[in-house]
Write a protein that binds this ligand. Structure first.
Ligand code: URA
Length: 241
C-alpha cells in the first residue's frame, strides 16, 4: 500500500498531521537512507524503511486488542463526558480504533478493539450468527424450563423471536450462575431474555466472541494485543459464508 509520508507517521501515533509536516520539513525523517523534507512523498508501507528522529517506524495498517472491559466504562470510540473503552488502550498507535459491538456500561468481559472495519462488520453481521458466550448471575433459581424456553427461541418484544440459545445452569439457588451462548447481538439481549422468564441479571460478563476467548489472566480494565494466530483465526473463521 502506498500512502503519504505525513499520513504514515500520523497513523503511527507520532503526532498530528500538522506537527508531523513541521518535523518532516525540518529534516527529522529519513526514508531508505535519504533525508526527506516533503510530507507528500509516497511511501510503500510494506517496503520502505522510515526513520523518525533516529528511530525506525514500521507501519501497522490494523491494530487488534482484547480488553477485559470493566464495569463503569462505555463501549464507544469517544465521549466528551464518560470514560470509553478506547481511553483504556493507552499504547495504541492508531487514532481510528473502535470497539467491535457494544457491552452495556455495567457489563464486563471480552471486547475486541480494532480499526479493521471489514472484520468488525463480518463479526457483527446478523447473518453470520457468530457465537457470543456469557457468564451471568441471575436473581432467583434458573430452571430446566428456562433452558427449554431459551433453546426454542423466545419473544423478547422484538419483531422476531430470538434464535435458539444454549443455556447451561452452573448453580441454581437464590442467586444462580449460568453460561449462555447466543448467536445474535440484540440490544440488552441477555438481560431481556431473562426478563422474559421473569428473572433479573445481576452480573454479566462476556467470555467469548467467535473464535476468541477472553484471556482470564486479564483483570477488568486490562488488555493485550491479539496474537498473530488469534487475528488469523478471527479473519479466516469470520470470512466463512
Ligand atoms: N446482553 C446484554 O443484556 N448486555 C450486554 O452488555 C451484552 C449482552
Amino acid at each position: 500500500m502506498k500512502i503519504r509520508l505525513d499520513k504514515y507517521l500520523a497513523d503511527m501515533g507520532l503526532g498530528t498531521r500538522s506537527q508531523i509536516k513541521k518535523e518532516i520539513r525540518s529534516s527529522q525523517v529519513v526514508v531508505n537512507g535519504i533525508s526527506i523534507c516533503r510530507p507528500e512523498v509516497k511511501i510503500d508501507t510494506g517496503q520502505d524503511k522510515v526513520i523518525f528522529h533516529g528511530e525506525p517506524v514500521t507501519y501497522e495498517e490494523y491494530e487488534y486488542f482484547m480488553l477485559n472491559k470493566p464495569a463503569g466504562v462505555i463501549s464507544a470510540a469517544s465521549d466528551c463526558q464518560e470514560t470509553t473503552v478506547i481511553d483504556l488502550i493507552r499504547d495504541r498507535k492508531r487514532d481510528d480504533l473502535f470497539p467491535v459491538g457494544r457491552l452495556d456500561k455495567d457489563t464486563e468481559g471480552l471486547l475486541i478493539i480494532t480499526n479493521n472495519g471489514e472484520l468488525a462488520h463480518r463479526l457483527l453481521s446478523p447473518k453470520k450468527h457468530v457465537d457470543k458466550v456469557y457468564f451471568a448471575r441471575i436473581n432467583g433459581r434458573v430452571t430446566q424450563s428456562d433452558v427449554d424456553n431459551f433453546s426454542r427461541g423466545m419473544d423478547i418484544g422484538d419483531e422476531k423471536p430470538t434464535l435458539p440459545a444454549d443455556l447451561v445452569i452452573c448453580t441454581s439457588d437464590e442467586v444462580s450462575e449460568i453460561r449462555l451462548t447466543i448467536r445474535e447481538g440484540r440490544f440488552h439481549q441477555v438481560k431481556r431474555m431473562f426478563q422474559a422468564v421473569g428473572k433479573e441479571v445481576v452480573y454479566l460478563k462476556r467470555l467469548r466472541m467467535g473464535s476468541i476467548a477472553l484471556d482470564e489472566s486479564l483483570k477488568p480494565g486490562e488488555y493485550r494485543r491479539l496474537t498473530e494466530e488469534e487475528v488469523e483465526r478471527l479473519c479466516s473463521q469470520e470470512r466463512k459464508p
